[in-house]
Design a protein around this ligand. Sequence first.
Ligand SMILES: [Fe+2]
Length: 323
Amino acid sequence: MKQSLFILVALTIIIGLTVGSSATAQTKPTSLGVVLTNAYDAFGSEKKGLKHDFGFSTVVEYKGKTILFDAGTDAKVFESNLKSLKINLRKIDIAIVSHGHYDHIGGFDYLLSVNPKVKIYLPNDFFSLGAPIKFPFRETEPNVAKTLPKEMQYFGGESVVEGMLTVPTGRFWKSDVEYLTEAKEVLPGVTVIPTTSKLMGTFIKYPPFEENPQFIGMPELSLSLATEKGEIVISGCSHTTIETIVQETKKVRKGKIHLVVGGFHLIPYKREYIEGLAKRMKEEYEVESVAPAHCSGHLGFSIFQKVFGDKYRFFGLGERINL
Ligand SMILES: [Fe+2]
């Protein structure tokens, strides 16, 4: 009798906790007013209707606003994951593309099919993103244009001395986009942090750079949310390195960092580097907690979990971090 009573009490507690946590997670954030949902990833506990795939997307609910940060690889998988998570992209306020790689932008096809007018912030990487761009060019002898018959001049000679607006046919071609090269508070308390990866990018040797070829790193955007406990930093793939993103966020936001979540891009790195990085994140940059996802890698998950202990937040596909 005693035993069955114990089982009944235990079951009631378990059911209570399960129902309580999912209801809370889906309806109201706790004290900081932030809910993060991992909507696209290759790991996480099995959940009905969710499909694992390599890529990353996080839906951010912050003080009454909803933000899409990246959209994963496959628009169909993204759509179906969002439907299972009961997230409606028609209702989001803004979207952010962390960088131009396939595993972060594919799902924007789905976003734009249901919400084509949404404002999208892009890294300054117009060649790979195919979004409307004012394309600058300067000829070595700009006055020659005027000596040619009109039909030999670009656009009949209309205002192309400094460049022209090009609208490529592609994913973002009719979208409301803004390229960011400097940190910008895009909503109250929501700051986009641009950085540039020196590990990837574009190499230019065209004139006038034949003698001094230029390497332009790959631009990347991260997101920082202001809370009473410090900033919540969300990274896409951290090609710039998560360390540089944290440093840049501290420079821009000047406060302490409560949580760093997202792809840390540690798959190619050795144990020694990752251990040093995790310790620096904790001790030098005083990051309170971490939630590595996506390209952070198994070794990365394991080392960060060891270093951060109970301040490590599991953030697999379908998980909600409720702050
Ligand atoms: Fe990625």
